[in-house]
Design a protein. Structure first.
Length: 381
């Protein structure tokens, strides 16, 4: 028998479209938009998000997972899929044979691919312009690129770098790194090396209104309405609309506890007054976490806030104090609106002592996701 899901999410494709348009507007019409859909589209469900992005006519998708890329092809996604550096040469070879565009981060990988493929194969080159993680460092990149161009059977389609920053204090650093990358690409072009795609800016750069001379941007966070900045308020992100619209569960049981009895699950012993609690079939197994010391987590039931008393492996208990008539089957909103009340992703993240994107990662892939079209939008804007 099919069991109803313990928790269910709804994504707002109207919000996704609005964020895509905003990013295109900030980037300018001359820039291609590569949409980052890594990590299960930042927890939003990679298949429905990729389908919507294809309908919105973004130029390409990018992920760090071959599995995700394969899944998208099975679901009718025909957009070019760039693989961020994700594996050693062997697995990267497999990605190439399956028609994905790999990122080359070192010479041996370029040589390995060039030595095996028979026909010109599209690749992107990754340059480290200061992040210090992947790619050839700018200082030695000129020679590196020249060597790769000499290898047969590679169509070097793109060159890119990544200069993310989480705090607006690093805005100047990023601006300077973008400039250094621009200059590098200009020198290569002057020497006759051509790339159809050059890219350096991610969400933070666009939201902070930085500029560069590349012809593409690669955006993730902002498309989902997530701020890439750790401190709120440093850069205006108010125009972004959250794509994770709501997360719903339901009550499966309620119980009344007389004065003097215990609700040990909530750490309540010898109750000073009668209490009522509700149980949700949703717990850590579905990505929920306990609130950290000193923080409160709430859910919405019948348009009102109810405090979470405990989160265990498969259950969450909530305090129904002062709520009349709540019964099994009643919907519970873990995220989103119920009437005028709202639980935001950032309030959940605060209760868990983490960033909103980390909260989405804990929840990611653990429950079904339903898409909501712009036309379906009922509640609030
Ligand atoms: C994830 C990623 C991006 C997108 O970054 P956001 O901050 O989510 O916009 C761009 N480039 C690379 C290489 C990435 O890994």
């Amino acid at each position: 028998m099919n069991q109803p899901a313990a928790v269910c999410a709804e994504i707002d494709l109207g919000a996704l479209a609005s964020n895509v348009r905003l990013m295109q507007q900030i980037a300018g019409s001359d820039k291609q938009l590569i949409a980052s859909i890594k990590a299960n589209a930042y927890g939003h469900g990679v298949v429905p998000i990729a389908q919507a992005l294809q309908d919105l006519k973004v130029d390409a998708l990018a992920t760090g997972s071959l599995k995700e890329a394969q899944l998208l092809r099975q679901h009718g996604i025909v957009l070019p899929i760039l693989l961020f550096a994700f594996a050693d040469s062997e697995l990267t070879m497999r990605a190439v044979t399956e028609g994905f565009i790999p990122t080359l981060t070192h010479l041996q990988m370029a040589e390995a691919i060039s030595g095996v493929v028979k026909n010109p194969t599209s690749v992107y080159l990754k340059i480290d312009a200061g992040l210090g993680r992947l790619g050839e460092p700018l200082d030695s990149a000129r020679q590196w690129v020249e060597k790769i161009f000499q290898l047969p059977n590679l169509r070097i389609e793109g060159i890119y770098t990544h200069v993310p920053f989480a705090d607006s204090k690093q805005r100047d650093w990023a601006a300077q790194r973008l400039q250094a990358f621009d200059q590098f690409v200009a020198e290569l072009k002057n020497a006759g090396y051509q790339f159809s795609v050059t890219q350096a800016m991610a969400s933070c750069c666009l939201l902070a209104r930085l500029q560069d001379h590349c012809n593409a941007v690669c955006v993730g966070h902002a498309l989902y309405g997530l701020s890439p900045f750790s401190s709120p308020g440093s850069v205006d992100v108010s125009q972004l609309r959250p794509v994770m619209k709501n997360l719903k569960s339901r009550i499966i049981h309620t119980s009344h506890h007389a004065e003097g009895s215990d609700i040990a699950v909530g750490g309540l012993y010898g109750l000073k007054r009668p209490r009522t609690i509700g149980v949700l079939p949703t717990g850590m197994a579905h990505g929920l976490c306990k609130p950290v010391e000193g923080k409160v987590m709430a859910v919405l039931i019948r348009g009102r806030k109810a405090k979470v008393l405990s989160v265990s492996l498969e259950h969450t208990t909530v305090d129904l104090d002062g709520m009349e008539g709540v019964s099994p089957g009643d919907p519970v909103t873990l995220l989103g609106y119920d009437g005028d009340e709202e639980i935001t992703l950032s309030s959940i993240a605060t209760a868990w002592g983490i960033q909103p994107l980390e909260a989405l990662m804990r929840l990611s892939g653990r429950f079904p996701i339903r898409s909501m079209d712009a036309t379906e939008e009922s509640g609030r804007i």
